[in-house]
Unconditional design. Structure first.
Length: 310
């Protein structure tokens, strides 16, 4: 496992971070003990950053992660959670709500401080409110010692850039935009760095599109995107490879971000992901898959308020 400093913070993060959304059954039911074992296995293999949110499983992911980390030396891992999003269409970025949210998350996670608190999916809120009210409220919690650093997350890169340029944030988390299919995050990394924000990459498998199983029914990508990803999976299989393996290797090793968040609730998946990263990427297979995906390269979808075509 390799480690990098996250922006200008004092956080030294593992190149692979543990995404805890599956602990809230966001991607299917799992055995509770498997979730505990997945967290403990991640710690054993050197993962030190755990990312979660109240939205995941309507708070159950935070509770499950807190239970899994009970008794573990708090100095051996970093906790990142979020504020602002609490349901499919339930957003509240007010200072009063985010303060209460942090208090609730601390209780569920069984800790007295969070290493990173992030405004969740900011494209569904008001940029002016996030800049003028939400981030200052989180900075106040920082002065109280409840949170270490403050960040933002979301999908539309221009929205993230707009807020990062106007609010003093320590991190920016972007998902599905440094993958085999979409690499637009790379063009914005310098901008975010200039704003003083470290970059976190998430969802390197494009929320399931870059796997043998393919995109789930709720995936927001187009039919053309899903079809090309399915072709890429077939191509990998024909050439003796695995699209998920190639996608993970590419995103983690080539990303401009300090760390890449991968969701899992299985100890076997944790071990598999780390083993994949220890292997060299198959350059010939990579070139073949890149050619296959070229027609849908850097194509995304709309997300949030008033966002134009991606």
């Amino acid at each position: 496992m390799r480690y990098h400093r996250l922006g200008h913070t004092d956080l030294i993060v593992s190149e692979l971070a543990f995404g805890a959304a599956p602990l809230g059954s966001m991607f299917g039911v799992f055995a509770e003990q498997d979730g505990v074992d997945a967290v403990r296995t991640a710690l054993d293999v050197g993962v030190n950053l755990f990312d979660v949110a109240p939205y995941y499983g309507a708070t159950t992911a935070e509770t499950a992660l807190g239970d899994a980390l009970r008794g573990v030396d708090r100095g051996t891992y970093l906790l990142a959670t979020k504020v602002g999003r609490y349901g499919l269409a339930d957003f509240d970025f007010s200072a009063q709500r985010v303060r209460r949210s942090v208090t609730e998350s601390l209780r569920r996670l069984g800790t007295d401080h969070l290493d990173l608190i992030q405004c969740h999916d900011i494209e569904f809120g008001s940029p002016a409110q996030i800049v003028g009210e939400t981030v200052p409220a989180l900075r106040a919690l920082q002065t109280e010692g409840l949170v270490g650093h403050v960040g933002i997350t979301g999908y539309p890169l221009p929205t993230l850039a707009h807020v990062a340029a106007r609010a003093h944030v320590d991190t920016v988390l972007s998902y599905c935009q440094y993958t085999l299919q979409d690499r637009r995050l790379a063009a914005w990394e310098e901008y975010f760095t200039a704003c003083g924000a470290g970059v976190v990459n998430a969802a390197p498998l494009a929320m399931g599109a870059l796997t043998r199983q393919g995109a789930p029914d709720w995936h927001p990508g187009s039919f053309a995107l899903h079809a090309r990803c399915a072709e890429a999976a077939d191509l990998c299989e024909a050439l003796g490879g695995d699209l998920a393996k190639l996608a993970l290797q590419f995103s983690v090793t080539a990303t401009p971000a300090a760390t890449t968040v991968v969701g899992t609730s299985s100890p076997d998946e944790v071990r598999r992901n780390v083993a994949w990263l220890a292997e060299p990427i198959d350059q010939e297979l990579l070139r073949a898959v890149e050619t296959c995906l070229e027609p849908v390269r850097d194509r995304g979808w709309n997300s949030g308020r008033g966002v134009g075509p991606c």
